[in-house]
Design a protein around this ligand. Sequence first.
Ligand SMILES: O=c1[nH]cnc2c1ncn2[C@H]1C[C@H](O)[C@@H](CO)O1
Ligand SMILES: [Zn+2]
Length: 353
Amino acid sequence: MTLDTAPLPKVLLHDHLDGGVRPATVLELARETGYTELPADDPVALGEWFRAAADSGSLVRYLETFAHTVGVMQTADALHRVAYECVRDLSDDGVVYAEVRYAPEQHLEQGLSLEEVVEAVNAGFRDGERDAAVAGRPIVVRALLTAMRHAAKSREIAELAVRYRDDGVGGFDIAGAEAGYPPTRHLDAFEYLRRENAHFTIHAGEAFGLPSIWEAIQWCGAERLGHGVRIVDDIQQDVDGRPHLGRLAAFVRDRRIPLEMCPSSNVQTGAAESIAAHPITFLKDLTFRVTLNTDNRLMSNTSMSKEMQLLVDEAGWSKTDLLWVTLNAMKSAFLPFDQRLRLIEDVIKPGYR
Ligand SMILES: O=c1[nH]cnc2c1ncn2[C@H]1C[C@H](O)[C@@H](CO)O1
Ligand SMILES: [Zn+2]
């Protein structure tokens, strides 16, 4: 029997605002804001350009494509529009809770302050939530503020995340090229966040392996891992195929550290060979706290429904597996416990019955 993933309630913890802009919106904003660098001039061709360019097998080249979305997201109106459309697109896809991240420091080119960036995005999220509810597809959205790991603004962005924590911001993250930029470069930001009882996740174990995951958890105190796929390097299989977890993998599983896994993105950057061979299935079978995510809907031409469908069609996932990752994600959200529980009992479980 085929399984239609479209109607299932979904929870999304790892989605980049600047990686999910509609192609038609990129074109319109480029026209409005005078951005002249776009590599195509119709929405279909532009969408295809992003997907193909991101299909590079390298995280560094994959990240180069963001110049064109960040380039058109430099005004309050543009940020509001992109945030609003993001919420509407996610809710139309059946997402009931989402954490959407972006790097405020990348949106200052035309004179916005960090606060103005956050407030424009927040306003777009709130308007999107309101209209989605009116349309009968309620969704809760929180922002995660990202600092770029090659830059030196992480402490400032961490303070920004704390300042807005009661106003739509769920937590903090670091992203960007991983090799050469270990998370401990930003230890100061993470220590500050811990003292402030604030939430944070770290992109780790995507383009670089176990040392990055180990630093993120044991030095920086990450609550969740962005990707974390390379944790499989710490799991050996004996001749009978029985898995043996190393100390770090065992720690990640025993502590229930959530892995924000993004299968299509990983195939594009070369972190996984295929959807069928993606470690998410192996780790799910080993009962790691796996979650399923989109990463960049534009660059991967994907959605939560598509990521779910790919796992069903190419990796043998069942509806029970999809419910499991959805509950894992809701349990791991940077949202107060009572609100998580309410979404689980009132929305997610009924939606899978
Ligand atoms: O998968 C990723 N790994 C590391 N960095 C990423 C990934 N996807 C997006 N980014 C970067 C590029 C964006 O401009 C930035 C903020 O969303 O985060
Ligand atoms: Zn990411």
